[in-house]
Design a protein around this ligand. Structure first.
Ligand code: SF4
Ligand code: SF4
Length: 92
């Protein structure tokens, strides 16, 4: 499943703090990221929907145009890779 980085699952269903927002979520403009992506809990790693794209992300972002969806997914993925590299360097 592709994530649109709307943050809704982490803000509402965190295994760490439900029903409160996860203390590790990071907002970057309209994108939300995990602040501990490389070491996030198993529940977060295994979080899935039975759909190609996350239906909550569609609803929360209002992103419908396929090109905008693809751009958002690609941009979010690039950002989270940069954050993960920083996280790994900080943990060395
Ligand atoms: S640990 Fe990361 S992925 Fe899990 S709820 Fe918190 S911010 Fe989201
Ligand atoms: S798009 Fe879906 S999986 Fe991604 S942050 Fe939003 S609710 Fe969570």
């Amino acid at each position: 499943m592709d994530c649109l980085y709307c943050g809704d699952c982490c803000l509402r269903m965190s295994p760490k703090s439900a029903p409160d927002p996860c203390p590790d979520i990071i907002q970057d403009g309209s994108y939300y990221f995990c602040g501990c992506y490389a070491t996030r809990p198993r529940e977060c790693v295994n979080h899935e929907f039975q759909a190609r794209y996350c239906p909550i992300g569609f609803e929360k972002t209002g992103c419908r145009n396929p090109q905008n969806v693809a751009l958002r997914i690609d941009t979010g993925w690039e950002k989270i890779q940069i954050r993960t590299e920083q996280e790994k360097r900080n943990n060395v």
